[in-house]
Design a protein around this ligand. Structure first.
Ligand SMILES: CNc1ncnc2c1ncn2[C@@H]1O[C@H](COP(=O)(O)OP(=O)(O)OP(=O)(O)O)[C@@H](O)[C@H]1O
Length: 195
């Protein structure tokens, strides 16, 4: 049977098959990622990661989705934990699949944006928040995939993308990006890890 992702692109279909197969050696790590904009979208809030995966890089706010939590619930929780902000208006704008050479884990990032939020950004143990002008995003200090998709999030163009990294976590050996119907973003399963 052809799955929802295979309908979009065969490269995503392979991934869907691997993640959906009970015998697959691949395992998934579902994460969230939230980008908060000023209401006129002139600035975006990024966090400088002080520890853990992606330390030393600027990124949106997010982390692992807990078992049985929805992606949206996880996105709201992680946003609050890492930035001190709350938002009732997170809109899903993308799904990113990341693979790393010689690593069976496929990291998925469920990407949300919002230009309405409550609170004032606070520095936490994990992140130091900073507003950036939308025309001056610090791509050289971010994950290398970000420059490929960031503008689509800013412009509200729903997409699904897949990136394959070398084990240096820097070199992208293959990538593909597909614009999709926004409805599809909510239909693709989260594929919680098997145990
Ligand atoms: C490879 N290219 C990448 N490009 C852009 N963003 C990336 C990324 N790879 C991971 N991310 C994001 O980085 C955060 C990790 O979150 P992080 O909190 O460190 O996860 P961690 O496993 O430690 O979970 P806990 O927060 O402890 O639950 C999470 O938002 C995830 O979407």
């Amino acid at each position: 049977m052809i799955g929802r992702l295979a309908e979009v692109d065969p490269v995503l279909g392979e991934l869907e098959e691997e993640l959906g197969s009970l015998n697959s050696p691949k395992t998934v790590k579902p994460c969230t990622l939230a980008l908060i904009f000023k209401q006129d979208r002139s600035k975006v809030l990024l966090g400088y990661k002080k520890r853990g995966f992606g330390v030393g890089l600027y990124n949106g706010f997010g982390g692992k989705i807990q078992h049985e939590e929805s992606a949206l619930e996880g996105a709201k929780r992680e946003l609050e934990e890492e930035s001190g902000l709350t938002s009732e208006d997170l809109v899903k704008i993308g799904i990113l699949y990341f693979e790393f050479e010689s690593d069976p884990v496929i990291l998925t990032a469920h990407l949300y944006t919002s230009d309405r939020f409550n609170g004032v950004p606070v520095e936490t143990e994990e992140m130091r928040p900073e507003w950036f002008d939308i025309n001056n995003i610090p791509f050289t200090k971010m994950w290398n995939d970000d420059k490929y998709w960031f503008s689509f999030a800013v412009e509200n163009k729903p997409f699904i993308a897949r990136f394959s990294f070398k084990s240096d976590l820097k070199t992208i050996v293959r990538h593909n990006i597909n614009f999709v119907d926004p409805q599809l973003l909510n239909e693709v399963p989260i594929w919680y890890p098997k145990s």
